[in-house]
Design a protein around this ligand. Structure first.
Ligand SMILES: Cc1ncc(COP(=O)(O)O)c(C=O)c1O
Length: 440
């Protein structure tokens, strides 16, 4: 059924993000509606959402509670200044977030995206040490293959070559730990066995620069955007031990792992490792309205709450930090997760998902498969001389066959809404199997 929705006849003006613009505009893929697990395309087809939008629509699409909350909020209070003024819902949402965060996380600073959350956390880390009289701690440590958004702090600590190489010198004083993706862990189900010792490379970096120059280490507990890299058993625990030993803050970038993706509210709880800060976004509002947050310990927050009470403690914030509509959407989203026990459901569904994703072992071109919670990755042998092409062809074919997946390099990544049913998993993986069988 074709929907009565106008599709634009001129695609020139919109410079699309992270997209091959010219290729897209020759054969556009337009989504015009969404409900539950499915998108509707402009030519009236139903496409199963295997990616929760961009890892953000964790409760699925068109959720009534969220829609109604936004509608009601826009009629009641459309916007309130974020600086030196407040409105009740931002405070309420901060409390709900802190309630669901790991024990010891007590404060939330609102942003509008994952990238902004990362910048905010890095700035808080630097300013925290300064506030404590430790102003020499200015270095930031990221990791190879890390993705922390697209702003200058994020690409500096990030480890994706294409996101960095065109944009100049970046932040100074940044170093990178090695990534954890090693061949011994091929075909691992859940957390891989080998590689906890890779965390010890941080000791080398500390020895090189001196602990008293390092402010923070930032990692994704599970790296998503560089192809789903699952932390080896014991790795995150070891990172925590080393950072704690040297007085270095540990930031978990939970922009994709937050809000149930692994079956717990945050990955910190799933792995039982307590960071000093958590950055989040995406699933915070079910992807409906841009919003992010940085969650911090009281120790960090309280370090700023000194000096004269009439002075601003942190010179940072956004026009839309905790905006009324985003806050209303966030509250309704968290309520939806809770009412439908979606995080618990994810944990229950994860073994079925794991078996389904790993059933693709042996299909053409498949050289590795990885999974955790409701995340799955299928890595393909690249076409010689044309890296990324094979996985992108798979993406196009899957879309034609009614399934939305995502690719990064030659890796197919899947992260469906947490409301996914077994029949949807069968459809997603069955379609992908068919696509792989017929892929050049
Ligand atoms: C771990 C991580 N950090 C940061 C970001 C950036 O988020 P945004 O695109 O909302 O700026 C992403 C986006 O995928 C992410 O996966």
């Amino acid at each position: 059924m074709a929907l009565d929705r106008p599709t634009p006849n001129d695609l020139r003006a919109f410079w699309m993000p992270f997209t091959a613009n010219r290729q897209f505009k020759q054969a556009p893929r337009m989504l015009v509606a969404a409900d539950g697990m499915f998108y509707t395309t402009s030519d009236g087809r139903q496409v199963l959402d295997g990616t929760a939008g961009l890892w953000c629509c964790n409760a699925g699409h068109k959720r009534p509670k969220i829609t109604e909350a936004i509608q009601k909020q826009v009629e009641e209070l459309d916007y309130a200044p974020a600086f030196q003024m407040g409105h009740p819902k931002a405070f309420e949402l901060a409390n709900r977030l802190v309630d669901m965060a790991p024990e010891g996380i007590d404060h939330a600073f609102f942003t509008n995206s994952g990238s902004e959350s990362v910048e905010t956390a890095l700035k808080i880390a630097l300013a925290y040490h300064r506030a404590k009289g430790d102003a020499s701690r200015t270095r930031l440590i990221g990791r190879e293959r890390g993705y922390h958004g697209v702003n200058f702090g994020g690409i500096s600590v990030g480890g994706i070559v294409n996101n960095r190489r065109h944009f100049g010198a970046m932040l100074v004083g940044v170093d990178h730990m090695p990534h954890t993706h090693i061949p011994q862990n091929q075909w691992s189900k859940g957390q891989p066995e080998h590689g906890a010792n890779i965390a010890d490379e941080l000791e080398r970096i500390v020895a090189l620069h001196g602990a008293d120059t390092i402010a923070a280490v930032i990692v994704e507990p599970v790296a998503g955007s560089t192809g789903v890299l699952i932390p080896p058993k014991g790795y995150l625990q070891r990172l925590r031990e080393i950072t704690r030993k040297h007085g270095i803050l540990l930031i978990f970038d939970e922009v994709i792992t937050g809000f149930g993706r692994l079956g717990s509210p945050f990955a910190a709880q799933h792995f039982d490792v307590m960071p000093d800060m958590i950055t989040c976004a995406k699933g915070l509002t079910n992807g409906v309205i841009p919003m992010g947050a940085v969650l911090t310990t009281a120790e960090i927050h309280d370090a700023f709450m000194t000096g004269p009470e009439n002075l601003i403690e942190l010179f940072h914030g956004y026009t839309y930090s905790g905006s009324p509509i985003a806050s209303a959407a966030g509250l309704a989203t968290l309520e939806t997760y809770r009412e439908e026990a979606l995080f618990e459901r994810t944990a229950e569904m994860a073994p079925y998902w794991e078996d389904a994703v790993h059933s693709l072992k042996g299909r053409r071109h498949v050289i590795d498969i990885r999974n955790m919670g409701l995340i799955g990755a299928v890595e393909l042998e690249p076409i010689a001389g044309a890296p990324t092409q094979r996985a992108f062809n798979a993406f196009l074919k899957a879309y034609e066959k009614g399934v939305l997946i995502r690719t990064t390099g030659d890796i197919i990544a899947m992260s469906p809404p947490l409301i996914i049913e077994k029949a949807h998993i069968d459809q997603l993986i069955g379609t992908l199997a068919d696509v792989l069988d017929n892929l050049d």
